[in-house]
Design a protein around this ligand. Sequence first.
Ligand code: GUN
Length: 287
Amino acid sequence: MLLLDGKAVAAAIRAETAEEVKTLTARIGRKPGLAVILAGDNGPSQTYVRNKERACAEVGIVSETLRLPAHTTQDEILAHIRALNAREDIDGILLQLPLPGHIDSRPCLECIDPAKDVDGFHPVNMGRLLLDMPGLRPCTPAGVMELLKRSNLRPAGKKAVVVGRSNIVGKPLAVMLGAKNAQANATVTLCHSATPDLASICRDADFLFLAMGQPETITGDMLKPGAVVVDVGISVTDNGLRGDADFASLRDRAGAASPVPGGVGPMTIAMLLHNTVQSCTARCLKC
Ligand code: GUN
């Protein structure tokens, strides 16, 4: 079985991004800037944000994190976003999800300037993805597509099954896989919690993408022999971090699989850095 080594692929992307940042910085006279808003004290979010800060520093992107208390109001978050929208030195704005329960994420995501929406969650960027227009793409599904490409795996003409229909991963990934281009062109089935007989649909997949966030749910007997499995799930369990796949039982059946950790996770952050360079370039050089 081929191991889809997201850690190594992400390191290569970060090295390329660092070169792009160097060139861009020389041209515009400042470094690209990313602002992260972290409201509340969600444990995994604190870790993600620290990892993003470290990755930015490594490639020469200036990052600043607004750490806000859990009782911050929606209006206060909107005011912070509007201030960041207006700043020339900020190219990317990332609102870390989930937000505290009393805040509706939708108006907050919609308040971010689409040109600075490095998460690709704004309705304008989601619409651009659906319509195959250029735009900022959500980092995790973009990272999955890049991991396939750089591992020389092509879903074109194959049956792709996506399990999980979140706005962050499942829905945009299904659109990317079905897009009309040589790196995509898959026939896509999107499964979710109301899908009957999930196992038989998974068994029909040449490419299986797991994004439901239920640890070790998909087992080797649910796979077509030789299938490519990309595991986007990441759950904290008593045994450590686990993906949606029962990795041990896949080994003898899958043709390729991504591990958790070290698979899709590092790719997400690499694509965030890439998106920040893309938005900085578009804002400063193409206007
Ligand atoms: N929470 C979990 N994944 C993500 C992500 O990709 N972006 C943001 N903003 N929040 C998240």
